[in-house]
Design a protein around this ligand. Structure first.
Ligand code: G3I
Length: 455
């Protein structure tokens, strides 16, 4: 009997050892998984044929299983994303159909163990982008010129010239017709770059918009530190304006005579060297000298923030009204339109445009670019942000295309392709503000321009 008891006790001890020995450190039952399910983030970079999904790493996991389906019950799985195994905590899901609903879930793995399913996220892929070669902008815009800012160097490059000539019928010198370039030293003009641009435009039957005779940001140092009297300064500026406008008379059909004369937010006249030495009425004097040199040329005043800086806007319209009452030449206003994909709002743009129309002036959307990364929230041009930029360009073009013919002049984009935009070095963060990619291929924004022209 004792032997049996001893045997039973020994089994019990072994049983205890076996059961303790098999339990986890914390006494948990081994059959229950130690792995928690991942937490899925919303999909990003959604395009017509792909999206990216990410999730938080799970402690202890050394792999993940991803399911993608076209139904919430995961009955129609999308191959190969049926228990797709990987280690990374993000996945770009590709080769999808446009305009289609997709559902995603993920499980964590640790060796043979698999967690439960994550939360399910859903998304709809974007509509298919037309891949046909698009109509050139200048062909589609039948009631106004489509301009582009360019430089003498860039017109020498085949790829640039090919697109300039295909898409645009007007040009603006981005910097090479400004005073700091054309009048670098006292009495010494340098028209080499300006002539190259003007000759190129004429050879390719493109209009030329002159930009900009007087701008506080493009003043040669010798002018900024002019040592003569104010009367001598004014005579020098009159001679400069007369020389340049006369040189391009009959070629340059319009000029931004004075650029950005009013302060931001206050609408006060900037205290530029021109104002200091020629007085508050310097703009009128410059306009008159241009008119005296060329009776036909269109005279524009050009500025930025014109659709939302109400003080600057009011100062500009007060000046336009004053010029009209005094017979000072002014044919049009340039709204530069350096905007963002989400701002300014449509109503502000339309209200400002209407004030130009009410005054019977020409309107030039003179320097359009559309920042897609004003908050530095993206590190590449995501498909969603490209579509939002497309919609903003479409909106701006639609507004411009709808103005009366009597007020139409041109819509100019401030550069050809993203990597050449001034915005990249003016702001610290990456951006893609123009109509063409760095590789010269058209973006959705180019499509948006064409869509804005359709009734
Ligand atoms: O390409 C040359 C390079 O070869 C040279 O080594 C370098 C150093 O001198 O200059 C380079 O050219 C610069 C050019 O931008 C290209 O980066 C010019 O110096 C520089 O002055 C020029 O800046 C232009 C700026 O106006 C000043 O003229 C920008 O391109 C142009 O986008 C910007 O445009 C203004 C409008 O005229 C008015 N509205 C605002 C708009 C943006 O600031």
């Amino acid at each position: 009997m004792i032997k049996i008891n001893m045997y039973l006790m020994l089994c019990g001890i072994i049983g205890l050892v076996v059961s303790f020995g098999c339990s986890d450190d914390d006494g948990e039952n081994r059959n229950k998984t130690a792995l928690v399910a991942p937490t899925l983030n919303n999909a990003t970079d959604i395009s017509a044929n792909s999206f990216t999904v990410t999730w938080e790493a799970v402690d202890g996991a050394n792999g993940y299983l991803i399911d993608v389906a076209t139904d919430q019950r995961f009955g129609q799985m999308v191959e190969p994303y049926n228990s797709w195994r990987q280690n990374a905590i993000s996945l770009k899901v590709e080769n999808l159909d446009p305009s289609t609903d997709y559902y995603v879930r993920v499980r964590a793995m640790m060796g043979m163990e698999v967690s439960g399913n994550s939360n399910v996220i859903s998304l709809t892929t974007l509509e298919e982008v037309d891949t046909e070669p698009e109509e050139p902008l200048k062909s589609a815009a039948t009631t106004f010129s489509v301009g582009v800012a360019l430089s003498a160097d860039r017109i020498s490059s085949g790829s640039h010239a090919k697109l300039y000539e295909r898409e645009f019928n007007q040009v603006t010198a981005e910097w090479e017709m400004k005073m700091n370039i054309t009048y670098p030293r006292p009495g010494e003009f340098d028209f080499s770059k300006a002539d190259k641009i003007v000759d190129y435009a004429i050879a390719n039957d493109m209009g030329i918009h002159g930009h900009a005779l007087i701008w506080h940001n493009a003043v040669p140092s010798w002018v900024e530190s002019f040592s003569g009297t104010n009367e001598e300064f004014e005579a020098m500026i009159k001679d400069y304006i007369t020389t340049v406008v006369t040189r391009y008379k009959g070629k340059v059909k319009s000029w931004d005579v004075v650029n950005e004369a009013f302060e931001d937010n206050s609408g006060e006249l900037r205290n530029s060297v021109f104002r200091r030495k020629m007085g508050d009425d310097y703009i009128a004097k410059c306009h008159q000298w241009v008119r005296d040199a060329d009776p036909e040329v269109k005279i524009f005043y050009n500025d930025y923030s014109m659709t939302f800086d109400k003080k600057k806007q009011q100062s500009t319209f007060n000046m336009a009204d004053d010029f009209k009452s005094r017979g000072v030449p002014l044919d049009g206003l340039g709204f530069q339109m350096h905007i963002s994909y989400n701002w300014p709002n449509t109503n502000d743009i339309e209200a400002a445009v209407q004030k130009v129309i009410d005054r019977g002036l020409l309107l030039h959307f003179s320097e359009l670019d559309v920042r897609v990364n004003p908050d530095n929230g993206i590190s590449s041009l995501t498909p969603q942000r490209a579509i939002e930029q497309q919609k903003k360009v479409e909106e701006v073009v639609r507004i411009y295309n709808a103005i009366p013919q009597a007020n139409k002049f041109a819509l100019t984009v401030w550069g050809l392709k993203d990597d050449e935009s001034w915005i990249l070095y003016f702001w610290d963060n990456p951006d893609w503000p123009l109509l063409f990619n760095a590789d010269f291929s058209p973006k959705e924004a180019h499509t948006g321009f064409l869509q804005g022209l359709k009734d």
